[in-house]
Write a protein that binds this ligand. Structure first.
Ligand code: AMP
Length: 192
């Protein structure tokens, strides 16, 4: 089973993806994690994307589609969780093609719904908590870049909600509840 977790930054996609990895043995493909790894290892691609990421903008379709293609070619899995990908209609089309080439299907698109005010609080709170605990804070976890990330989401990613709805693949889950409740709601979708 292959699924997409869709939702704005801070909606809890990463948290829920980790549960699915632990409990169902699925493989999480997070383009954000891949790009951060590229940035940290100082690869040429990492240097190219660093600025855009820190400002909260979207990295080019070509780069992220390339990353996903590579993973789909090399990693074997019972099921993939696409986390933070696709983020544009071009990426969604590319994913459909890549899956079709492999003879794989897309089984569900789960939209985690949250409101903007809660999101900004969550992201800024995540940065403050990490700083207090002496952990490293994501370079893009601050109010300024958060605004850009939200704007990018509404301009470029939110059209995917209509796209997957029209394909009959979208299910909405309330992302504002307790983490365990969100988890249960996702399990219900996957097991139905
Ligand atoms: P995330 O960890 O998913 O919030 O991603 C962090 C940052 O990586 C985003 O703000 C973008 O700059 C970049 N990024 C991650 N995934 C994508 C994608 N599918 N398309 C474009 N940029 C992406």
């Amino acid at each position: 089973m292959n699924i997409i977790l869709l939702g704005p930054p801070g909606a809890g996609k990463g948290t829920q993806a980790r549960f699915l990895v632990e409990e169902r043995g699925m493989v999480q493909l997070s383009t954000g994690d891949m790009l951060r790894a590229a940035k940290e290892s100082g690869t040429e691609m990492g240097q190219i994307v660093a600025d855009v990421m820190d400002r909260g903008g979207l990295v080019t379709d070509e780069i992220v589609i390339g990353l996903i293609r590579e993973q789909l070619e090399t990693v074997k899995a019972n099921g993939f969780i696409f986390d933070g990908f696709p983020r544009t209609l071009a990426q969604a089309d590319a994913l459909a093609d890549l899956l079709a080439e492999k003879g794989e299907s897309l089984d569900a698109v789960i939209e985690l719904e949250v409101n903007d005010e809660v999101l900004v609080d969550r992201i800024v709170g995540r940065a403050a908590e990490a700083a207090a605990a002496g952990q490293s804070v994501r370079a893009d976890d601050n109010a300024e870049s958060m605004k850009v990330r939200l704007m990018e989401y509404y301009k470029k990613t939110s059209p995917l909600i209509g796209y997957y709805y029209a394909k009959g693949q979208l299910t909405k889950v309330d992302g504002l509840g307790e983490i365990a409740d969100v988890k249960a709601a996702i399990a219900k979708v996957l097991d139905s």
